[in-house]
Write a new protein. Structure first.
Length: 470
């Protein structure tokens, strides 16, 4: 069996390394964390936390956060000059909702994605109402719809799949590892070599069994560093809110470490880590999976899984490489089932004494969007499923956490590289960084990911519960 050295980011190791790693024999890498650094949990007894854990209220950002150069250029008090479009994207043949479809205003970097029910909402300046709204997704034809032909709500968007008939010899003649290496060599040509400012929307949820017990979300200001440098992205919370139903969490308070920072570390084109680093190729088996359509371009499909000799948890999944310019256009992967029974020792950082935690699944999705011949990070989603059991007790609980980040705008001017102390860290607990506040118009003109009905219902339920207590 093969044991590998895990990779940790070179970011102030004295303060940011995970607990109990200082002084150990670690392989350091400056661009991407090992998988246990990408989604780490805290499960704490809540007896001493009830006093500080409030339910549904939301908070305005501090004055300091709103005074950045990037933030000052935002459109303020402009909601009267905007239109809002809502709808649902479904498969034209099966009539099934299509999830995580990328949506964009033609000729701009403004966009959003559909949620897990295929629904979307996007806010559009009146000056753009003569343009088209674009919809694209892996395996589907890109659809362009005139904005003026859409209603404010209840739009149904039909997108058609685009199967390709691929000659078997074409696939057999392609070596997947050679394609990956070729795509790596093209990163500086296919992604921005200059830093850009990104506006993004981030949401984090926690479910206990079938009930949402926490929803936190924020608009982010991001200094996205060049893809040809080792400089790290700087992520800062511009505006955020949270709601937590501590009573439904029962005896534990579930927290997720890493937050928005981890979403940008999952940008494998910039942070190759355990998926694209040359040193890790020997630990995986690769095979070709054909060619699919994405954004009206063809992409190679490459499947990978950790080989049987590796005794620690790594990844199983699929990567997509454009046949035209050899760019990485997407990653869809999970912790491999081969060693997932060992994942909890890497992912769970703290837990109550007497509790056993099993990691059932850990899934990740990373998508890119092509704008003016360059590919940009577009959407990142992480999901973690856990089962908890108390010693000498019969009942058990299932927890699931989801975090997603959608890039809603990109700006090439007015760059502002935030200071380290202003930026989010891999050790941050996102839910503790945003305050409680209630305001129906909280997001104003900012584009967000439309929440599923179950999330909206959970927020309303928590709000009503708090009103009864007051």
């Amino acid at each position: 069996m093969t044991t590998i050295n895990r990779i940790y980011p070179r970011e102030k190791p004295d303060s940011n390394f995970p607990p109990n790693t200082r002084g150990k024999n670690l392989t350091l890498f400056s661009r991407f964390p090992s998988f246990e650094y990408m989604s780490t949990m805290f499960l704490k007894k809540t007896a001493f936390l009830f006093a500080m854990a409030s339910a549904i209220a939301f908070a305005q950002p501090s004055e300091k956060l709103q005074s950045s150069a990037h933030s000052s250029n935002r459109i303020q008090d402009d909601t009267l000059n905007m239109i809002t479009i809502q709808g649902k994207v479904i498969d034209a043949s099966s009539r099934i909702p299509v999830v995580f479809v990328s949506i964009f205003i033609d000729g701009t970097s403004i966009g959003t994605v559909t949620n897990s029910e295929g629904e979307f909402v996007i806010k559009i300046l009146n000056s753009f109402k003569d343009r088209h709204l674009g919809f694209y997704h892996l395996g589907y034809q890109t659809l362009m719809v005139p904005i003026q032909g859409l209603k404010p709500a209840d739009n149904t968007i039909l997108i058609e799949s685009t199967p390709f008939l691929i000659e078997e010899v074409t696939i057999k003649n392609q070596n997947p590892l050679n394609l990956i290496r070729a795509a790596r060599s093209k990163i500086s040509s296919n992604y921005s070599t200059e830093p850009v400012m990104i506006t993004a929307f981030y949401r984090e949820t926690v479910k206990k069994n079938k009930n949402y017990v926490a929803v936190s979300e924020a608009v982010l200001d991001v200094y996205k560093a060049s893809y040809k440098s080792l400089e790290t992205d700087r992520v800062r919370i511009f505006k955020g809110r949270r709601s937590r139903d501590v009573e439904r969490m029962d005896t534990v308070l579930f927290k997720l470490q890493g937050g928005p920072y981890i979403s940008f570390m999952l940008d494998a084109a910039k942070n190759p880590g355990e998926i694209l680093s040359e040193d890790y190729f020997e630990f995986y088996d690769y095979r070709m999976g054909g060619i699919v359509n994405i954004s009206n371009e063809q992409a190679y499909v490459i499947h990978f899984d950790q080989n049987d000799a590796v005794e620690e948890p790594m990844y199983k999944g699929t990567m997509y490489i454009s046949t035209e310019d050899m760019a990485f256009v997407g990653f869809d992967f999970s912790i491999s089932p081969k060693q997932i029974d060992k994942a909890s020792e890497f992912l769970i950082k703290k837990k109550p004494l007497g509790m056993t935690i099993d990691v059932l699944a850990a899934n990740y999705l990373v998508k890119y969007r092509k704008i003016d011949d360059l590919w940009y990070l577009n959407y990142v989603r992480s999901e973690l499923l856990l089962r908890t059991r108390w010693k000498q007790k019969f009942f058990r609980s299932n927890y699931s956490t989801m975090s997603e980040m959608a890039v809603t705008d990109i700006e090439h001017e007015n760059l502002s590289r935030y200071r380290y102390r202003e930026s989010t860290k891999p050790t941050d607990i996102f839910v503790d960084q945003v305050d409680d506040f209630e305001d129906p118009a909280f997001w104003g003109e900012y584009n967000i990911i439309k929440p599923e009905e179950s999330i909206e219902a959970a927020i309303e339920r928590i709000r009503k519960r708090m009103e009864k207590k007051e």
